[in-house]
Design a protein around this ligand. Structure first.
Ligand code: CP
Length: 310
């Protein structure tokens, strides 16, 4: 199947076939990740710059592992150790990096739109590793992969996304890609964490009451409460939020027997969900999502850099 994308910046530019090709390619890379020697020469000679200007554990580490397992040369760059603190502009920074004849920039930034700006400035491939409140496309891919592995399909599944919808770049990519693959999507949150016009998100339903929706869901996707991005006081206390919207041992009884729990991480234990639910082996796929991060990022690097054409 043809894959005609240079960048992975906006998942809405990807068709159902494109997304399924990425997931199926990730599935093939799973076999490599389960060998004793987990490295292949597929992208030997390609140079990737990981430019992380905002903190990250999962995305940064899994990109680096994915790149190294595909034999890319990797430069980790960004944050307060760069000349951006001396006033160097984004354009000058990426033009400088591209003078080294690099092939790809993986970028995380607190400002929405930075990955697109880089793609418009230089000739390298760009992957958005999370930009402001905008998008996080490889997070959506690893979420889709984890759900697909559990159910064998995504079409027709009822997915509830719970929590901080307004500030979530995870939602920015997950909702449209779930809709592209035919899932039914409900967002569940206090009104202060839902955008004023939720219809622009393209969801099927909006609910203010977790307990009413929980029994119908196949996938319960808990979003992190982003304390660093909350403005004002959208709810009285984290304790009250946990009481009304937290996934607790008591709420386990409301869920379908086969329903699963996802979370992009990092978890605020005792806020979005309690430890009983976060660590529940029958329901939680949170660590499967982390592993899927390596697989889908290998797939994205491989397809964007034309590995399938070699
Ligand atoms: N889910 C996610 O993006 O986690 P990190 O911020 O740790 O990369």
């Amino acid at each position: 199947m043809a894959f005609n994308h240079k960048h992975l910046i906006d998942i809405r530019e990807y068709s159902a076939d494109d997304i399924m090709l990425l997931l199926e390619t990730a599935q093939r890379f799973k076999q490599i990740n389960e060998r004793r020697i987990k490295k292949v020469p597929t992208l030997k000679g390609f140079t990737v710059v990981n430019m992380f200007n905002e903190p990250s554990t999962r995305t940064r580490s899994s990109f680096e592992i994915a790149e190294k397992r595909l034999s890319c040369d990797v430069l980790n760059f960004g944050g307060s150790s760069t000349s951006s603190v001396k006033g160097e502009s984004l354009t000058d920074t990426v033009e400088t990096l591209c003078s080294y004849k690099i092939d790809m920039i993986v970028v995380r930034d607190k400002h929405a739109g930075v990955p697109r700006k880089i793609a418009d400035t230089v000739d390298a491939h760009v992957i958005d590793a999370g930009d402001g409140k905008h998008q996080h496309p490889t997070q959506a891919l690893l979420d889709l992969y984890s759900i697909w592995q559990q159910f064998g399909h995504i079409e027709g599944l009822r997915v509830g996304i719970v929590g901080d919808i307004s500030h979530s770049r995870v939602c920015g990519s997950l909702i449209p890609s779930l809709k592209t693959l035919g899932a039914h999507v409900t967002i569940i949150a206090p009104p202060t964490l839902i955008p004023l016009n939720p219809e622009v998100l393209g969801v099927d339903e909006v609910s203010l009451k977790l307990d009413e929706v929980l029994p119908s869901l196949d996938v319960v996707y808990m979003l992190r409460i982003q304390r660093e991005r909350l403005e004002g006081a959208p709810f009285p206390s984290l304790r009250e939020y946990h009481m009304l919207f937290g996934l607790t041992k008591e709420r386990d009884a409301l869920m379908k027997p086969e329903a699963i729990i996802c979370h992009p991480g990092p978890i605020n234990r005792g806020v979005e969900l309690d430890s009983y639910m976060a660590d529940n082996p029958a329901r939680s796929v949170i660590l499967d999502q982390v592993y899927a991060g390596v697989l889908v990022r290998m797939a994205a690097l491989y397809l964007l850099l034309g590995g399938n054409e070699q």
